[in-house]
Design a binder for this molecule. Structure first.
Ligand code: F3S
Length: 391
């Protein structure tokens, strides 16, 4: 890999251990994938924030970096962690909250904003063609496919290294030649809601592995549905982007695949592991809700109230929560908990006594049986609201 003089100096340790180790992570990664240079990034989105998923050894590494004076050199955001200060923190053991707070402090000392959301694209607009180093898989697929930005699927360490150095190795889908579609997918079913778009993602992730598809039949997809598709696609496969109809001219030589209504129905059924009508938790907000979605949920709730002994969480970012204050007030008056900074998957729902989760997110329904030890019901947002709200 060719390094500039300044990059070489960092690599040789002239600007300290923290910068050196971060440069070494990026160079090693670049060499593995035959990158020839580092390129500047418009944003780094760093995962590895939740103590539940991170554990102690990586937290020690973050502390060592912070103690060594590591400082972010890029516009950087953080993925969700395991706690909402106003609600979940009060219900969890103090030692877990303390360890989580320490991780946030390490990031803060390194200059990373406490955005704590998996939808960094609602905080800031990125130009088409921007090079990013994002680690949240749902946001990676969304960024490449909907925002038309360029990012590989980074891990926690490589996204943090990119944030500290301000650059990423130029390989994978940063390069136009690696963004060519390989499969033409024809969705023959008319997908009716965000849950079915999520189911499509789960299904395609499994069969495509890492092949880039053009997906025909997404004409009626809302921004929220494309977000569900992106999140689910990344959950079951290594695909980092998709094209929509007409995005690419030549399709004659592509492998072909068709998806029928029965495939979608089967996938939704497979993601539902219990038939309970009274789940312990109803959850909307994976990936974190947009302002539009907050409005839609508020419209579905109307003047209704949460049923007795029912728990409903709507998860979003601090930024969207502030902008959607009117809807947040309405939801909170109904008894809904509007949480920021976290989600059920990255917190300890089992310690909160939650054994069944009803959600509109195919991604959550995919992960909850293993990461939350919970049974799942997958249904559109309006049905989730109906299950939890009376009146
Ligand atoms: Fe975000 Fe949690 Fe889903 S981090 S993408 S809401 S699993």
């Amino acid at each position: 890999m060719h390094l500039t003089r300044d990059e070489e100096r960092i690599f040789d340790g002239e600007s300290g251990w923290a910068n050196q180790i971060c440069m070494k992570i990026l160079v090693r990664l670049g060499e593995l994938f035959n990158a020839t240079r580092l390129i500047p990034i418009a944003s780094a989105h760093v995962s590895g924030v939740s103590y539940k998923t991170l554990g102690d050894a990586p937290a020690d590494f973050l502390e060592a970096l912070a103690n060594a004076g590591a400082k972010s050199n890029a516009n950087s955001t953080l993925n969700p962690h395991s706690i909402d200060e106003g609600y979940i923190a009060k219900k969890l053991p103090a030692d877990l909250c303390k360890k989580q707070s320490a991780i946030l402090e390490f990031y803060q000392r390194m200059g990373l904003k406490h955005s704590l959301t998996c939808t960094p694209y609602y905080l800031e607009k990125f130009k088409s063609g921007s090079h990013l180093a994002w680690a949240e898989s749902s946001a990676v697929v969304y960024a490449n496919s909907v925002l038309e930005a360029y990012t590989n699927r980074e891990g926690g360490p490589s996204s943090l290294a990119a944030s500290i150095i301000g650059k990423t190795p130029d390989y994978g889908i940063h390069r136009a030649e690696n963004r060519q579609p390989q499969v033409l997918v024809n969705v023959e079913a008319r997908l009716r809601d965000e849950t079915e778009f999520g189911a499509l993602g789960i299904l395609l992730g499994r069969v495509l592995a890492d092949k880039i598809p053009i997906i025909q039949g997404l004409e009626n997809a809302s921004e929220g549905s494309l977000k569900q598709l992106s999140a689910a696609l990344a959950s079951t496969g290594m695909v980092n982007m998709f094209y929509r109809k007409n995005a690419v001219a030549k399709t004659a030589k592509l492998e072909r695949l068709s998806v029928e209504a029965a495939d979608i129905k089967q996938t939704v059924e497979d993601l539902t592991t219990t038939s309970t009508e009274k789940p312990d938790l109803v959850f909307v907000g994976c990936p974190h809700c947009s302002q539009d979605e907050m409005k839609q949920i508020a419209d579905s709730v109307g003047s209704g109230k949460v049923k007795e002994n029912m728990e409903i969480w709507v998860c979003t970012s601090r930024c969207v929560k502030a902008k959607a204050a009117k809807y947040v007030r309405q939801l909170e008056q109904s008894g809904i908990h509007v949480l920021t900074d976290t989600c059920p998957v990255v917190t300890w729902t089992d310690k909160l006594g939650i054994r069944t989760i009803m959600t509109n997110s195919a991604k959550t329904a995919h992960y909850a049986p293993t990461l939350n030890n919970a049974e799942t019901v997958l249904a559109p947002s309006k049905d989730c609201v109906r299950a939890a709200i009376k009146g």
